[in-house]
Design a protein around this ligand. Structure first.
Ligand SMILES: [Ca+2]
Ligand SMILES: [Ca+2]
Ligand SMILES: [Ca+2]
Length: 451
C-alpha cells in the first residue's frame, strides 16, 4: 500500500513538469467577454469567432455559461437553435470553427499559424473523460471528439488527414444528473503528435432544435509505462547481488549528469537533499517502441529519463524509492535501455511485459536478458545462477572500451578524486583499481545497443 501511494505521489510530481497534460480551462471556470453574446470559456472557441467574420455576426448564440456545474462554479451549456431553414448545433472547440452557410460544410480545425487556435501536444494518452448532462430532442447525440494530429487537421474529416489517434464519446440518452463518460484513444499511427484538437457539440449531423448539453471537467487520462528495472554495474559490484555506494553523500552531483555528449539528455532531474542511503549512481533510462529487438533502433526511442541505481540493483526515481514511469502509449513492443556514464549500456533482449500494472525486467538474471547476450554483459560472480552486469571501463562514453579510455581520460584523472568519468569502480577516486580491476580486462568490448 505504501509503495502504491509513493508511486502515485511521484507520478504527480513528475507529471507536474508536463505543462500540456490537461486542456486549458477544462472545467470551464474562466470566461471572457462575460455578458456579451460573444462570451466564451477561455481556451475554447465558438462559431462567434469562426474564420468567417461575415457569418460571425449572423451566427446564432448556441452556447452559454451555466451555473449548473459538476465542479467549481460553471459549466458550458451547448444547445441547438433554429436559424432560417436549418438548425445550428451548439459547438465549442479548442481550435477554430470554420463556418459555412450550409452547416454540413462546417468543421473545426487546428490553425497552426495562430496560438489562439491551436493546442500543442506531444503526449500519447490512454483515454478521454467528460462529465455531462444531456437533454436530447429527436434522435440527437451529443459528442466529444478528440484528435491527436500533426500539422493541419480538421473535424470532421472523412480522409482523417494527419490524424494519429481519435477518441469519441457519444451521449444519446437523456442524462439529468451529472454523469462521467469516457472513451479510449484509438491509435492510427505511432508518429509523435504535434497538436490535440477537441470538438464538443450538443447534437451533430442531424441536429434538432432545443437539444441541450451541459459539459464540465474534460480530462485526459494517461496510462503511464511504469518500470520496475533491475541491473548491476560491474565496477561497484561487491557480492551476493549488492553494490557499494561510495559516491554518497558528497560526490554524487545534485543534477543528472547526462546533459553532455553522447547522451545530450536535457531533463531537469535533480535532488536537493539525498533521498536515499542506497544510491550507487545516476543512470539514464531510455525506452523504445518497436516490433522486435533487432528493429529497436535509436529512431524508435519514445522516452528518456534519469534515475538512480540502488545497491540492490533497483532503478528508481528522484524520491529514491518509487518507480520510473513515462506518460507514453506503446504502439508495438516496449524495450528498455540502461545507460551509465562509464559502463556500456544494455538493452532488454525481450519486450517488457506488464505484471500488476508495472513493466518488470531484470537484466542480471541471465546474459540472454540483454540484447547481444554474453557480448553485452559480464558475469559478476559465481552464484547459481550467476549474476550478470553492465560492463565497466568506457570512461569516454563512446560505446567502445579500448586504449582511448585510458589515453583520453584515465591518465589525465589518475590520482584525483570526485565525480570522475574514469572512476569506473565508483569509489570516488581515479586509481589503479579502475584500470586493473575493470578497464583493462574489458578492452575490446563494445555496446550492443542498436544504433
Ligand atoms: Ca466547472
Ligand atoms: Ca570508450
Ligand atoms: Ca575508482
Amino acid at each position: 500500500m505504501d509503495k502504491l501511494f509513493l508511486s502515485l505521489f511521484a507520478f504527480l510530481i513528475s507529471f507536474a513538469g508536463f505543462s500540456q497534460l490537461q486542456p486549458e480551462n477544462a472545467g470551464f471556470e474562466n470566461w471572457e467577454d462575460v455578458g456579451l453574446d460573444t462570451d466564451e470559456p477561455i481556451g475554447w472557441s465558438s462559431i462567434k469567432t469562426s474564420d468567417n467574420s461575415f457569418l460571425n455576426g449572423l451566427a446564432p448564440y448556441v452556447w452559454d455559461q451555466s451555473s449548473d456545474a459538476h465542479s467549481g462554479t460553471y459549466s458550458v451549456k451547448l444547445f441547438n437553435a433554429s436559424i432560417l431553414t436549418t438548425v445550428a448545433a451548439g459547438t465549442i472547440t479548442n481550435g477554430q470553427v470554420h463556418a459555412d452557410f450550409n452547416p454540413d460544410n462546417a468543421y473545426v480545425f487546428t490553425n497552426a499559424d495562430n496560438p489562439d487556435w491551436n493546442t500543442p501536444y506531444t503526449l500519447k494518452p490512454d483515454s478521454i473523460v467528460v462529465w455531462a448532462k444531456y437533454f436530447p430532442v429527436g434522435g440527437d447525440v451529443a459528442q466529444l471528439k478528440a484528435v491527436l494530429h500533426t500539422g493541419y487537421a480538421k473535424i470532421p474529416d472523412v480522409a482523417q488527414s494527419n490524424w494519429l489517434a481519435v477518441a469519441q464519446i457519444d451521449i444519446s440518452d437523456e442524462t439529468s444528473v451529472w454523469t462521467r463518460f469516457s472513451a479510449p484513444f484509438n491509435y492510427l499511427s505511432n508518429t509523435e503528435p504535434e497538436y490535440i484538437l477537441f470538438v464538443i457539440n450538443s447534437g451533430g449531423t442531424s441536429a434538432t432544435a432545443n437539444s441541450a448539453a451541459y459539459i464540465d471537467d474534460v480530462e485526459i487520462i494517461y496510462n503511464p509505462v511504469i518500470l520496475d528495472l533491475t541491473a548491476f554495474l560491474e565496477g561497484p559490484y561487491k557480492e551476493n547481488k549488492v553494490m557499494s555506494a561510495h559516491l554518497i553523500p558528497d560526490i554524487l552531483p545534485n543534477n543528472q549528469p547526462f546533459n553532455v555528449a553522447p547522451w545530450n539528455y536535457n531533463g531537469d532531474e535533480n535532488f536537493t537533499s539525498l533521498p536515499s542511503n542506497n544510491i550507487v549512481d545516476w543512470v539514464l533510462i531510455e525506452i523504445r517502441d518497436a516490433a522486435d529487438a533487432n528493429s529497436a533502433t535509436a529512431a524508435t526511442t519514445v522516452g528518456m529519463q534519469a534515475g538512480f541505481i540502488l545497491k540492490n540493483g533497483s532503478i528508481v526515481g528522484m524520491d529514491g524509492i518509487s518507480r520510473i514511469f513515462f506518460p507514453v502509449y506503446i504502439y508495438q513492443n516496449l524495450f528498455a535501455i540502461i545507460h551509465h556514464r562509464n559502463h556500456l549500456p544494455v538493452m532488454s533482449n525481450f519486450p517488457l511485459t506488464k505484471v500488476n500494472g508495472e513493466y518488470v525486467y531484470n537484466f542480471s538474471t541471465s546474459s540472454s536478458q540483454n540484447y547481444g547476450n554474453t557480448n553485452a554483459v559480464v558475469e559478476l560472480d559465481n552464484l547459481e545462477p550467476p549474476v550478470w552486469g553492465m560492463i565497466g571501463g568506457d570512461a569516454n562514453a563512446d560505446g567502445l572500451i579500448n586504449t582511448n579510455d585510458g589515453i583520453q581520460v584515465w591518465y589525465l584523472q589518475v590520482g584525483g578524486s570526485g565525480y570522475l568519468s574514469s572512476d569506473v569502480n565508483l569509489d570516488g577516486q581515479a586509481g589503479n583499481r579502475d584500470k586493473n580491476d575493470v578497464w583493462f580486462h574489458n578492452i575490446g568490448r563494445s555496446s550492443q545497443v542498436p544504433d
